[in-house]
Every structure is written in C-alpha cells, then in structure tokens.
Design a binder for this molecule. Structure first.
Ligand SMILES: [Fe+2]
Ligand SMILES: [Fe+2]
Length: 416
C-alpha cells in the first residue's frame, strides 16, 4: 500500500478551529497516514502582527496533537515563502513512492491556474478542495480543472462557515480573550496568552479603556471589529485599521460644555483636567504641554459634538505619539468626513456608523456594502448623514457639506 500523505499549507496566524476541523476531517475521510502542515515563513504583510514561525508552529502542534500531523519546517529552513509547486515537490521527493494529496480551500481553488506552475502541482498531487457554505461554485471549478489540466480533484464538504484568523487577531488585540478562545482549538488560547502574542497595541488599548466609560468602550470595540471586517477585502494594513478605529473616539468623553468663545485655549484647559483624570501616569510627563503646544486644532465654529474628532487626532499625535498621518487623519474626520478621504478614513467612518449595535433603517445594507465596496458604501453613508444632519441641525459643520458636494460631483463626473 502506498503511504497517503496530506499537505496543508497556510499562514496559521493563528491556527483556528476551522483549520483543525479540516485536518481531522481529511485524515479520516481519505485514510491519510500522515498530514504534513506547512506554515508559511512570513505570513503575508499587512497583518496586525504576525506570530513568529516558531510561535505559530507551537500553536499548531498543540492544536493537532490528536491526529497524525507533522508540522513542517520547510519554510523556516528555507527562510522564505516557497511556491506551492515547490512545497509539493519537496514533500513528494522526501517521501518517495508516497501518494500526496494537496488540500486547498474551495474559495482559492479557482485561482490555482494563476499560481506558479499549476500543472506541476496537479501532476504530483491529487487535490482535496474544501467546500463550505458561502464558497463560490467549487463543483464547477473542480470540473474545469479536471478537464483543462487532468487534475485529480475531489471535494470534501464541511457544514460550518470558515473562521477568520484576522478576526481572532483583532479580538486578541482588543484583550477579548474569551471571545477569541471560542474560535480556537483546545489548549491554544493558553499558549497565546502565555507568550503575549497579538498584543502589539496594548498601550493604546490601556489609554482608551481609561478614557472611556463602559458604554463608549463597547462602541469602540465594536467599531474596531467592524473596521477589521470591512478591511478583509480592502486589504489595507490591518495595524493601521486597528489603531485608527481604536483611537477614533479617544476624546469623546471630554465634556466640551465648558468651552467658551476663546475656543482652543478653553479646550486645552478642559483636556488637561480630563487627561490627568484619565491616566496621566501611563503617558509620561509633559503630555499636556505637548498638547498645548500644538496648533489650534479645530476650524472655528466647529460644533461641540464634532470637537472630539479634532482633539482626538491631537491626542493620538501629541499624547500617544502616533506618527502615522493616515491614522491621525482617519481619527480627525471620522464624524464629519471631508473631501478626499483616504480608504482608511472611509473604513473608520463606516465602522463608526455601522458597528453591530447601530440600529437604523438601512444599516444592514450599509454593512453588506462595506464588506464588498468601501467607496460605494461610504458614499451611501455620507449621503444619508448629510441629509440627516441638514434636517436636524442648523449648524452642520462645513466639512460634511464640502464632502457631500465633492463626492456627489465626482459621482456625476463619473456618470453616477
Ligand atoms: Fe466619534
Ligand atoms: Fe464613534
């Protein structure tokens, strides 16, 4: 009997219940003698943080302890991400006479012809495509690959939708260990906590926690989760998305009631009192002076509900030492929008207005749109807010009107 070997590659950053389910299912269903799991050397960039190779390997080893799995060091030894055809060839070469099965997600199957040397993958290994609810036509794609490449493709069905590692990293960065644990195989969360993995933004989180009551903090966490969901397709730096959404309401609970005609000066006095109360110690000395020495931070005539976006941006920059201009701008315009928003700014704007507990007519449609098309969803939300604000308040900030005119003009130029 030939030895049947499964090959399963991925970032596994971190390994989650969905991965473990696939591994167990294919080992049983195909009678595999061994499953070789190949963590990539570097998870693709644009991630919040990456677990290191050795950390990710340790989590995989724990997660797959009860099946005949071997965690491969191929990528670690090569110090690079190999192409799939290279991984398959190396494993087949090291196990002469074996029968290799390459495992691929059904959502990635249709992309295989554009991988490097796909015919060499199909020649060496049979393919096991994992089909799940919500995946595109896996059966049709499999038939096409059989016809065009003579690929040996079979389909293994799993009833549950896939879990997102991005979501798990976001929950962990938010310190929401319990929610993350529910998505991880047994024994994995303990190792993550012990190693302090996925806690790159701990310092900012501590500030925001101190600066927010329970209600606001809940809103901020939901906005962070929405922003990271909307970014799954948009593919911006997940660290920037996380940090912008986390900080967007950093100044929200400063009471601007006491702000008088002298504008900036009063705001800084109010902010000083507030910052001392919040958590002066964690920010080092001189934080207030750093804030006060900045330029007057808001356009004159800004209404009180809008002030927090400007002061929040100043706090991010001067107090928390965030240097990324795109992040600071995403905070600065998250309430009003402005002409020429960045994609990051649009994601934060949308996340703020559509997080899971927002409830108004059309919010579900906005959420669905934001997962697919940030620009379109942003326009829909801006248009809605423009109309809402112009009906309700006389003192609408000029920025929302400018943004509305800018984007409606662009739409007509582009033919809608
Ligand atoms: Fe806000
Ligand atoms: Fe908000």
């Amino acid at each position: 009997m030939l030895m049947k070997i499964g090959i399963f590659g991925g970032a596994f950053d971190p390994v989650h219940k969905g991965h473990a389910e696939i591994c167990k299912k294919v080992v049983a269903e195909y009678g595999l003698d061994k499953l070789i799991v190949v963590p990539s050397y570097n998870p693709p960039h644009k991630r919040i943080t990456g677990g290191s190779f050795l950390q990710r390997k340790k989590l995989l080893t724990a997660a797959l302890a009860d099946i005949p799995a071997e965690i491969s060091d191929i990528e670690y030894n090569d110090k690079k991400n190999n192409f799939t055809f290279e991984v398959v060839a190396k494993i087949a070469g090291a196990n002469l006479g074996c029968e290799p099965y390459y495992i691929v997600g059904g959502d990635a199957l249709s992309g295989m012809p554009s991988w490097k040397n796909p015919e060499r993958i199909f020649e060496t290994a049979a393919i096991i495509a994992i089909d799940r609810p919500g995946y595109p036509d896996v059966v049709g794609t499999a038939a096409r690959l059989r016809a065009e490449y003579g690929a040996r493709v079979s389909i293994s069905r799993i009833d549950a939708p896939d879990i997102s590692s991005n979501k798990i990293r976001t929950l962990l960065e938010l310190g929401d260990t319990a929610a993350a644990a529910g998505l991880l195989p047994d024994g994995v969360i303990e190792l993550i906590v012990k190693d302090g993995m996925y806690r790159r933004f701990r310092r900012y989180l501590r500030f925001v926690r101190a600066a927010s009551g329970d209600g606001l903090f809940g809103h901020v966490k939901r906005a962070v989760i929405a922003a990271s969901e909307y970014n799954e397709r948009a593919g911006l730096s997940s660290g920037k998305v996380f940090l912008s959404a986390l900080l967007h309401d950093a100044a929200k609970e400063i009471s601007f009631e006491a702000v008088g005609e002298d504008g900036g000066n009063t705001v800084y006095r109010v902010a000083e009192t507030w910052l001392r109360r919040v958590d002066g110690a964690s920010m080092g000395r001189g934080y207030y002076e750093k804030l006060r020495n900045s330029e007057y931070y808001a356009p004159s005539g800004t209404s009180k509900p809008v002030l927090h976006q400007f002061l929040g941006a100043e706090i991010a920059k001067k107090v928390l030492a965030v240097s990324d201009k795109a992040v600071i701008d995403a905070v600065r315009y998250h309430t009003t929008a402005k002409p020429g928003m960045t994609s990051l700014g649009k994601i934060v704007y949308l996340a703020d207005k559509t997080e899971a507990e927002r409830d108004y007519e059309g919010v579900d449609g906005l959420r669905r749109a934001a997962r697919l098309d940030i620009d379109g969803a942003f326009w829909n939300s801006l248009e809605r807010n423009y109309r809402y604000v112009s009906e309700k308040t006389a003192d609408m900030t000029g920025l929302t009107r400018e943004a509305y005119e800018y984007y409606s003009g662009r739409r007509s130029v582009n033919g809608g």
